[in-house]
Write a protein that binds this ligand. Structure first.
Ligand code: G6Q
Length: 540
């Protein structure tokens, strides 16, 4: 296969970049009065304004040519039809099946997986109903008040993000907490004010072998049994979300209270599987199912819309334009909704674990940039922290702004102020403020360079009516598919995570070396030996 950078479609973009790199958004807007309405797209209740990007119509055409040349449409079909596109693990990639409507059919290894998906959803729903209604009682006959999800990475970030994002819809006499870090502080602080009789632990681990999760799960069992004093209590206070029934049973959890999923769901793509059990308990099955519909509607859009009107495709191409031609290193995701506090952190894993790769599907080292660094915080807090660098620093940082027409908590005049900030920020980034404009404000000449803004800093604006479960599902699926398209063009496997697997084994060699002062003899590099020795000495 011709390498990406030697394709004519790539080279056409390189040439075009030479023409476009010094063109200012001010001029693009001045020369095209309809730009702000023309370069927009609506899908699944999301309105994307991509006019404040450093692109001309020709840029979009050339990017679309690249996508076609890279076989994006065929790759989309391959994913949705259950081909084993995760080639390093020989697995299908079918998070889309998690939200496929009842009655549809997606076949993996000769089996239609949709009925299994719905069987698990129904089991989750029945369990969630029991917890929410108080029908499920703890070992001593008390109602469950707190649900503690123990998991890490994909088994934590999705549920924690979505629990916060859909907090408005949650049943307020139940609280979910999330323990992920192997640092004992996480567990101790999460449980310090809890009564074991009223606490349910969800041990959430695809493999049920992850060191952090199993360490926390064992501490949770000890914490529970210290008060309840009977092994039989485990079955009333622990349930599992996993693909590994054997390990779940060994832990003492009744496998009737295990909620399964499948190896064709990657951890970071699993929040709409049983991994979302804590969320379903919090918001109820109806809201959870509406979220799934949002995911599914975006799946359908992604699968069926022509590339030029396909929102995930367009966002992927715009991101690639900055990443590969402008050499931008990162993307800031800036949701202007307090409920989306963890959205950027969630996308960080989704994108960076998926596309943080440098080997192509054919096993070659890439000679181009792949996945960007994803970061961000909800507005307006970030404005008082890091936006300075985005406005006047030396780095080009494309931004995704996300806002909602209606607040879920309409407290006058907050929402207008919030949204005014979205519009003002994207405007200031794009158009800046020239020295002449600063001078007109009566600023002293020596201060003018400090107070002028170059502008020409690109952003997308995504608007939706209201942060509903359906909208959250659509938004997450939008980014899932955006990441897919970029990985498809970069010709990498977005669905393995060997870097994470490495982390899972590395510490296991060192941990036993910490418990003795002298044994075993240390055989690492001199820095690691010295650090371990210092730690050993402090334990004396
Ligand atoms: C996600 C990764 C990783 C994984 C965690 C937890 O795609 O694979 O973040 O989710 O390491 O793994 P377990 O669910 O197996 O505990």
């Amino acid at each position: 296969m011709t390498s990406l950078t030697s394709r004519t479609t790539w080279q056409a973009l390189e040439n075009h970049f030479g023409d476009l790199k010094n063109v200012h958004l001010r001029d693009l807007f001045a020369n095209d009065p309809s730009r702000g309405t023309r370069l927009t797209l609506e899908a699944v209740g999301l309105y994307l304004d991509y006019s404040k990007n450093r692109v001309k119509d020709e840029t979009i055409q050339l990017l679309l040519e690249l996508a076609k040349d890279a076989g994006v449409s065929a790759k989309i079909n391959a994913m949705f039809s259950g081909e084993k596109i995760n080639i390093t693990e020989n697995r299908a990639v079918l998070h889309s099946a998690l939200r496929a409507p009842r009655g549809s059919s997606i076949v993996v290894d000769g089996v239609n997986v949709v009925p299994e998906v719905h069987a698990v959803l129904d089991k989750m729903a029945a369990f969630a109903d029991q917890i929410r209604s108080g029908a499920w009682l703890g070992f001593t006959g008390k109602r469950i008040k707190t649900i503690v999800n123990i998991g890490i990475g994909g088994s934590d970030l999705g549920p924690v993000m979505a629990y916060k994002a859909l907090g408005f819809y949650s049943q307020r006499n139940l609280e979910c907490r999330f323990v992920s870090n192997v640092d004992g502080t996480d567990f101790v602080e999460a449980t310090r004010d809890l009564n074991p009789e009223e606490t349910l632990f969800i041990v959430c681990s695809k493999t049920f072998t992850t060191l952090e999760t199993m360490t926390n799960a064992n501490s949770a069992r000890a914490w529970c049994l210290k008060s309840l004093n009977d092994d039989a209590a485990v079955a009333r206070h622990f349930v599992a979300v996993s693909t590994n029934a054997l390990e779940v049973a060994k832990f003492g959890i009744d496998t009737n209270n295990m909620f399964g999923f499948w190896d064709w769901v990657g951890g970071r793509y699993s929040m709409d599987s049983a991994v979302g059990l804590s969320l379903m308990i919090a918001i109820g099955q109806d809201n959870f199912r509406q979220m799934l519909e949002g995911f599914h509607d975006m799946d359908t859009h992604f699968q069926t819309a022509p590339l030029e009107q396909n929102m995930p495709v367009l966002m992927a191409l715009l991101g690639l334009w900055y990443n590969n031609f402008f050499d931008a290193q990162s993307l800031a995701v800036l949701p202007y909704d307090h409920y989306l506090t963890y959205f950027s952190a969630y996308l960080q894993q989704l994108d960076m674990e998926s596309n943080g790769k440098h080997i192509t599907l054919e096993g070659q080292t890439v000679d181009y940039q792949t996945g960007p660094v994803i970061w961000g915080q909800p507005g307006t807090n970030g404005q008082h922290a890091f936006y300075q660098l985005i406005h006047q620093g030396t780095k080009l940082i494309p931004c995704d702004f996300i806002g909602f027409m209606q607040s879920l908590n309409p407290l006058e005049p907050h929402h207008d102020i919030l949204m005014a900030n979205v519009f003002a920020q994207t405007q200031a980034l794009a158009f800046g403020k020239t020295a002449e404009e600063v001078a007109r404000d009566g600023i002293k000449p020596e201060l003018i360079p400090h107070r002028a803004f170059d502008g020409n800093r690109p952003s997308n604006t995504l608007l939706a009516e209201k942060l509903t479960p359906h909208c959250l599902g659509a938004l997450i699926a939008l980014y899932e598919h955006k990441v897919f398209v970029q990985g498809a063009i970069w010709d990498i496997n977005s669905f393995d995570q060997w870097g994470v697997e490495l982390g899972k084994v590395l510490a296991q060699k060192i941990e036993p070396e910490l418990s003795s002062e002298t044994e075993p003899k240390l055989e690492h590099d001199s820095s690691t030996n010295a650090l371990i020795t210092k730690y050993r000495n402090s334990r004396k």
